[in-house]
Design a protein around this ligand. Structure first.
Ligand SMILES: Nc1ncnc2c1ncn2[C@@H]1O[C@H](COP(=O)(O)OP(=O)(O)OP(=O)(O)O)[C@@H](O)[C@H]1O
Ligand SMILES: [Mg+2]
Length: 678
């Protein structure tokens, strides 16, 4: 059982115990009957002590074999009390594990060898399970079924692990240590992939928890498109436990009553940012690209007008004016005429004007003024000129051009969403929490953004994407300027860490994502992205080349169980090839005609060791990982096998609003699952 032999056989009977029995027997004889061996008692005592030590060593070696065999069949979930999750200042704890090497590949391959197979319990034992089910109500026999249903090492028919997958992948190594990644490396982004239900969100919660507790008081931002109640409540409880409860901002599209407000259009450096943020949400392939361009132009024009008139360019204003560009031209035109004290021109034109092909009297009058006596106003005033050109368009044609913008704006401001997505000045003054990325970074806040994409996909996507680009723009600006600013309450420290976790990241992806991941690092933001497959990226981004650009930006990879070779190959293509050995047993017998020595046949028996080159980790291994287990490639190619802990939550009572929100999130999530099952 050591590395010094070319072939290591760990799946075998623990023969060391036989040697131990013999040595203990020898020690017994030495102690009890030294005269049989003609030894003086002192010498016999010394020899007995030596034999006992030798025997104990054999017992220890035998136990290692048994432990190895047991680990291969029964891997228990790694549970950890919530409060005991390690928090390091310069590293991020990932779980328990070991560095994967050639010997592990060899040991794993051996588990499929026919001669060792019976030491590993991979079967389902259907008959035993059936009997257990039938007998579990009978009083005494119940104890027996409890035993057969347990993972005890003496149970020959254990049930399959609740973690699914193949426990041998972790069982191949007994020496496990806490594994972690340096924060500096982590800033170069991490990608967690795994099929549904493999433990991504659970891992996310553990990482977020550490980010909240780290002594450097980092900014922590979590985007949760699926709406996980446990994640939201974990963030709430941990922020309070860390004494950062006041810094917590909970934004959730599905709960406008309790959610913080977010002004989608309030924060920008260049005025064109708002239009870009919104227009990006419109379909942009093929012919739609033209309409997206028009959408951008018109939204941008509205924002410029609002800005020039000193009005807030919020979603409501954009929604109102996009269907009434004529009205906007009238307002702005009057504003300009008033400034040059020529408003009477408009009044005179209004008296003569009549409604015309869908245009109001006011619009007809303003168009007449700008085409006639007031035409000089158009010179040098681009805004007015653009408004004039737009209002002159055929109203039917204009409506077609903006047809795709309206539904988006309607949805983003529908119902109570209006309240949180387009907050009025009064609402902002009322003291309700406002999610403002600038403040978030300066005050080192903790932000949960629940998007509940399953409920209203389009709104969730639009909001998520708009928020994300707003965040990146703000973070880049602050990073360039330094954190010290004139905003009261800002923390006077130039350096800061922003940890951005994006669950179901494909739901937040669009064309803008590529430049964003490229520049986000320069903005001091470390991203941890979680998704099911890389194909999701391809669907979200439209093509494979874009997907590859995004994936190549993630320096560290963590792969949970995957059901898709292409995603698994992201990791398996990175690992080196190793040599594994196998032994061929050759037995032969041959007739001889050598009558002189009396032999009639010659036989020979040899063991040949052959070696083949294989991938150190194959896609098949990634596809067989148990829940909560993963392979990771971190810190420039260190390949580790990880077991993420399952946190035992011991949170007390939540305040009513958080509890009710959590319950509602759970119900929504569950009802969707039920609908799917039906
Ligand atoms: N480390 C772990 N150890 C044991 N069980 C785990 C672990 N992590 C997760 N699980 C189990 O797997 C279930 C699903 O976990 P989780 O919600 O994190 O999956 P997910 O990968 O985020 O799935 P989805 O893609 O559907 O969101 C959990 O409810 C829990 O029962
Ligand atoms: Mg999840």
């Amino acid at each position: 059982m050591s590395d010094k032999y070319q072939i290591e056989v760990l799946l075998r009977p623990a023969v060391e115990f036989y040697a131990a029995i013999v040595t203990f027997a020898a020690a017994f004889i030495l102690l009890q009957l030294p005269q049989v061996l003609m030894m003086p008692p002192v010498v016999a005592g010394g020899c007995a002590a030596f034999f006992i030590l030798l025997g104990l060593y054999d017992v220890w070696r035998g136990c290692r074999i048994l432990r190895y065999r047991r680990r291969m069949s029964r891997e228990k979930p790694l549970q950890i009390n919530n409060k005991r999750v390690p928090v390091y200042d310069d590293r991020l704890y990932l779980g328990e594990g070991f560095e994967w090497g050639q010997k592990h590949t060899q040991r794993y391959i051996d588990t499929f060898d026919n001669q060792y197979k019976h030491y590993i319990k991979r079967e389902e034992y259907y008959t035993v399970r059936k009997i257990e089910k039938g007998l579990k109500k009978l009083p005494v026999i119940k104890l027996l079924t409890r035993f057969t249903g347990s993972y005890s090492m003496f149970n020959p028919w254990p049930p399959r692990s609740t973690l699914f997958g193949d426990s041998c992948l972790h069982g191949v190594e007994g020496r496990r240590r806490a594994q972690s990644i340096g924060l500096r490396e982590r800033r170069q982004h991490m990608y967690f992939a795994g099929t549904t239900g493999t433990g991504k969100t659970e891992a996310l919660e553990m990482l977020v928890m550490q980010d909240i507790h780290r002594s450097s008081q980092d900014v922590v931002i979590v985007f949760d498109p699926k709406g996980s109640a446990s994640l939201m409540q974990t963030m709430y409880a941990e922020a309070h436990r860390a004494g950062r409860g006041d810094d917590l901002v909970i934004f959730h599209l599905g709960f406008p009553d309790v959610s913080a407000m977010y002004d989608a259009t309030g924060n920008y450096t260049r005025i064109t940012e708002i239009a870009s943020r919104l227009a990006r949400q419109l379909p942009g392939d093929g012919e739609s690209a033209v309409f997206r361009e028009f959408g951008w132009q018109f939204i941008n024009l509205i924002v410029r007008v609002c800005d020039a008139m000193g009005e807030p360019a919020n979603l409501n204003a954009i929604k109102r004016y996009i269907s009434d560009m004529g009205g906007l031209m009238c307002r702005y035109g009057k504003h300009q005429l008033r400034k040059s004290e020529r408003l009477s021109l408009f009044d005179t034109a209004l008296n003569k004007a009549k409604e015309d092909r869908g245009r109001t009297r006011e619009e007809v009058a303003m168009l007449a003024v700008l085409a006639g006596e007031g035409s000089d106003l158009l010179d040098g005033n681009d805004i007015l000129r653009d408004l004039y050109e737009t209002a002159r368009m055929d109203p039917g044609y204009y409506r077609k051009l903006v047809a795709s913008v309206r539904p988006l704006l309607d949805k983003m401001t529908s119902g109570q969403l209006d309240l949180i997505m387009s907050p009025s000045t009064e609402a902002i003054k009322s003291g309700r929490q406002l999610l403002d990325w600038e403040q978030v970074i300066r005050r080192r806040q903790i932000v949960y953004v629940g998007l509940d994409a399953m409920a209203e996909h389009m709104v969730a996507q639009a909001t998520g994407k708009a928020m994300l680009s707003d965040l990146v723009a703000t973070a880049s600006r602050i990073y360039k300027e330094g954190v010290l600013g004139d905003i009261p309450g800002g923390i006077p420290d130039e350096s800061f860490n922003v940890w951005l976790h994006m669950d179901e990241v494909d739901a937040l992806m669009g064309d803008e994502f590529i430049p964003m991941v490229n520049k986000i690092r320069g903005a001091g933001v470390g991203v941890a992205a979680y998704s099911q497959t890389v194909q999701d990226f391809e669907v979200a981004l439209g093509n494979r080349a874009k997907r590859d650009v995004v994936t190549s930006n993630f320096n560290s990879l963590v792969m949970f169980r995957i059901k898709n070779t292409e995603t698994a190959s992201l990791l398996t293509d990175q690992v080196p090839k190793v040599k594994t050995v196998s032994m061929i047993n050759i037995t032969q017998a041959r007739d001889t005609d050598n009558m002189l020595d009396g032999s009639v046949f010659v036989s020979s028996n040899e063991d040949r060791v052959t070696s083949v080159e294989t991938d150190m980790i194959t896609p098949n291994m990634v596809m067989s990982l148990p829940t909560g287990h993963a392979f990771a490639s971190i810190e420039g190619g260190r390949i580790i096998k990880l077991n993420f802990p399952w946190r035992v939550r011991n949170y007390g009572d939540f305040p009513d609003s958080i509890r009710q929100m959590g319950d509602a999130m759970r119900r929504r999530y569950q009802s969707r699952a039920e609908w799917y099952d039906a």
